[in-house]
Design a protein around this ligand. Structure first.
Ligand code: AMP
Length: 485
């Protein structure tokens, strides 16, 4: 994405509004610190010699961030040296260490997306012994080799037996429910985006945080920052983002969600006209089109938004989904929101086993005829003596099919063009490996999102090598020809 220097000022402007808004709802945030897991990635150059790096890396490396003036509302536990360390293990380790040392001062915990915060919790699960050792002895793990990082920590790290014992006591328990508030007892909310594709993480975050409020503060992309949530403590399902008209020139492509059962979109015979920011209508869905200061012209971001209201004259939008079809075997088209809903509906059946789906992805398997949907699930099983059995997981397959759209069910029932849906349960930690793999290939930790559909052979091989059991839908879902519903 092209960008220009002055774009940093615009991003800074949006960031600078977040805490004044939050302060309206959560007082006293100037009396403590924020534990944010923020990361940079290494930079590359384009063949033409331009610097190329993820948008957040360019922000964290900018003077706007590095030499920001002291602001009591924006004090982080992580020093710049930890955030700016390009080695992701060393960066995460030291950010966690600082977060633990300051545990009583932490008032909010966050990462850019929900997946990043869960990755930090997982990191704590894997590394608490060494972290506790460092706290007890006042010496730093030898894996932290970055000189400026070492220099910075050595000044702060003093032996603290009491803290080390506390961390050991909490982390060695089998049950990690509510671990966030146990370790950081003054946390008022989690600052992570859980709208759109990230909604999947809400139950897991609730589990680890004991149900702390989840604040989705802003809506942004590499192309352009769009706007902020003026009611950040609302429920995730009610989040609306107010577009800031000075971020870019915004236009909207009317989006018709109603597809005919054949999969053809008869509503779009004529190219729809672009609507200006002031002319959008409440209740309607649009695709976002931007013209940016940095040079994108009428660029389709790929996000579908629904207008929920106005703040003065600025429209507010609910994020619906990214405009992409995830899965298709025949004329069926399943998007991210439908798949998410199907997983949610099916996972209700896991409740009696006290289990939940922590991560999922999917693949349209067309190697066999007819092809079928494969959904990979990683489960959180809280009671290993009552883990979900084959029958339950088969019923989950069917429940997913029941949730999918009528074109899918028609393919299953009437056309026999789609085979029974399959759930492949993968080993714990598989999605973590998937993320490691993506990062090793150049993805950014901050901006990483679990792909909800995978086709790339090495990733498929990785997933398939971690499968512990496979289950197929045992029956046909409901479908009747009279009404397409
Ligand atoms: P990237 O440029 O890789 O950071 O991705 C930007 C995309 O992430 C946006 O176009 C959205 O699809 C998604 N995204 C960013 N912020 C939010 C948000 N607050 N809620 C839902 N999706 C978001």
């Amino acid at each position: 994405m092209p960008t220009i220097k002055e774009e940093l000022d615009r991003r800074q402007l949006l960031y600078s509004l977040l805490m004044p808004v939050m302060n309206l709802y959560v007082p006293g945030l100037d009396k403590g610190k924020g534990l944010y897991f923020l990361f940079v990635k290494s930079e590359t150059r384009t063949p033409g010699g331009l610097l190329a790096r993820p948008v957040l890396t360019s922000y964290y490396k900018s003077d706007h961030f590095k030499t920001r003036p002291y602001d009591p509302y924006n004090v982080y536990t992580s020093p710049n040296e930890a955030i700016l360390c390009p080695d992701s293990f060393q960066s995460m380790y030291t950010q966690m260490l600082y977060g633990l040392l300051d545990r009583h001062q932490v008032l909010r915990l966050g990462a850019v997306f929900a997946s990043g915060l869960l990755r930090a919790i997982r990191f704590l699960q894997l590394n608490w012994r060494q972290l506790a050792h460092d706290m007890e002895t006042g010496s730093l793990n030898s894996k932290i080799t970055n000189p400026s990082l070492r220099e910075c920590i050595v000044k702060t790290l003093k032996p603290n037996l009491e803290l080390a014992q506390f961390v050991r006591h909490e982390c060695s328990k089998d049950d990690w429910e509510g671990i966030i508030v146990r370790i950081w007892p003054n946390t008022k909310y989690l600052d992570v985006i859980v709208t759109g594709a990230m909604a999947q993480y809400i139950p897991t975050l609730d589990y680890y945080s004991g149900g702390l409020p989840l604040a989705c503060t802003m809506y942004a992309s590499s192309e352009c920052y769009f706007g902020l949530n003026l009611n950040p403590m609302c429920k995730p399902s009610e989040v609306s983002y107010t577009i800031m008209p000075n971020m870019a020139y915004f236009e909207f492509l009317p989006h018709e969600p109603n597809l005919d059962a054949t999969g053809f979109d008869f509503t779009n015979e004529l190219p729809p006209k672009l609507v200006d920011l002031v002319d959008v209508e409440v209740g309607k869905e649009y695709e976002l089109v931007i013209t940016t200061y940095a040079g994108l012209c009428r660029y389709r971001v790929g996000d579908i938004l629904r207008v929920t209201g106005f703040h003065n004259s600025a429209p507010q939008f609910h994020f619906i989904r990214r405009k992409n079809v995830l899965l298709s075997i025949d004329s069926d088209k399943t998007d991210e929101a439908e798949l998410q809903m199907a997983v949610e509906n099916a996972s209700y059946l896991l409740r009696e086993h006290n289990a939940s789906v922590v991560e999922y992805t999917s693949h349209a398997d067309t190697k066999t005829i007819p092809g079928h949907y494969v959904v990979y699930w990683e489960l959180l099983v809280k009671d290993s003596t009552n883990s979900p059995d084959n029958n339950t997981l088969e019923q989950c397959c069917l429940a997913m099919e029941e949730s999918l759209n009528s074109v899918y069910r028609q393919g299953r029932v009437a056309d026999n063009s789609i085979g029974p849906l399959e759930i492949r349960v993968v080993k714990n930690g598989t999605f973590e490996e998937l993320m490691d793999y993506a990062i090793s290939r150049g993805a950014s930790i901050n901006q990483y999102k679990v792909p909800r559909c995978v086709n790339f052979t090495p990733i498929m091989e990785l997933l398939d090598s971690r499968v512990v059991s496979a289950h197929f839908s045992p029956a046909l879902p409901h479908w009747s020809p009279e009404r397409s519903q």
